[in-house]
Design a protein around this ligand. Sequence first.
Ligand SMILES: Nc1ncnc2c1ncn2[C@@H]1O[C@H](COP(=O)(O)OP(=O)(O)O)[C@@H](O)[C@H]1O
Ligand SMILES: O=C(O)[C@H]1O[C@H](OP(=O)(O)O)[C@H](O)[C@@H](O)[C@@H]1O
Ligand SMILES: [Mg+2]
Length: 362
Amino acid sequence: MDESPSPSPRKGNEIEHKVYARAGLLGNPSDVYYGRTISFSLANFWATVKLQPSHHLIITPHPTHDLVQFSGLDHLVKRLQSEGYYGGVRLLMSICKIFYNYCNENNIELSKENFTLSYDTNIPRQTGLSGSSAIVCAALNCLLDFYKVRHLVKVEIRPDLILSAEKELGIIAGLQDRVAQVYGGLVYMDFTKDHLEKFGHGVYTPMDISLLPPLQLIYAENPSDSGKVHSTVRKRWLDGDEFIVSSMVEVADLALQGQTAILEKDYSKLADLMNRNFDLRRSMFGDDALGSLNIEMVEVARRVGAASKFTGSGGAVVVFCPDGPSQVKLLEDACEEAGFVIQPVKVVPSYLNEDDLKTLSG
Ligand SMILES: Nc1ncnc2c1ncn2[C@@H]1O[C@H](COP(=O)(O)OP(=O)(O)O)[C@@H](O)[C@H]1O
Ligand SMILES: O=C(O)[C@H]1O[C@H](OP(=O)(O)O)[C@H](O)[C@@H](O)[C@@H]1O
Ligand SMILES: [Mg+2]
């Protein structure tokens, strides 16, 4: 896949958009529960979606992510066991539906032209790096440019459209992924219920990415379904379970404290907040739902004295080594022994363009 940071969207008649993975740094998963988060767009991995004008409207299955041809029954069964039934086709179809309905409801006229959509991704599948919303967000960007309506669909609303496309498919997800992927860079997000209900979106405050200390990313090829992971806690929260409700408020508060810690470059505070974030997740979700491999990724980092937590619902971990390069080396060795992949985190700067910025309110 092309490694350039942000390809020009138009190549002749073709439009291509690239959207990066995201890492939840603090406060997740309280975004699913009217909380707050700090998340960033992660340059290490990305998805691309291509749109070409065509006579019919065609959604192209990906040759490996939407596999429908197998060498035999054993291959088919192995594949379903490791990757599940679904690839990205349903995501592309769903965002087309949500985009069309949104434009209709908001009197945004769409020309009668058709297109062919195809996608590619190197975001490790279902590892809590938001591979799903990267595909949806890139597709939305293609549709906005193809129909020339980018200036008519506000930036703040776009994460909600992306989320709706996944909700439509029964995937339980929150807004933090989609905000980080629409805005790029490092963003502080407040999803307070009143604001969300009044305006249909949260309050999103971009932060300077240079305020972040060096971070590491650990992941393992261990797909986990964010919908499944979330469903029990979600149900308990909806039922008003006091422990879940109060813990979620505490998780949201970590992002608020984290905003100050990052602005003041108080990295020992940041380390404490990251650790507390994972401890609270663990007490709410339980070890069975989180999975032993995922917990081990957090523990590997903690054993060398680093701070660590999930980037999303499981599969990848963001780590801060307060003691610097010597501690990173210890962590690399421990990861190699445990069979985990480790990479230095690369953060993508904000990628809103002039048309996008014009749609921002205030
Ligand atoms: N790498 C991928 N390629 C194709 N489809 C994907 C990929 N990752 C996720 N999906 C699609 O998105 C759905 C939800 O994924 P999710 O559990 O949210 O994973 P993630 O943490 O990567 O966002 C999957 O069931 C699948 O349909
Ligand atoms: O549990 C979390 O932290 C996040 O889980 C989902 O992200 P995913 O990358 O699919 O694991 C969800 O969409 C986010 O909103 C949650 O914060
Ligand atoms: Mg997802």
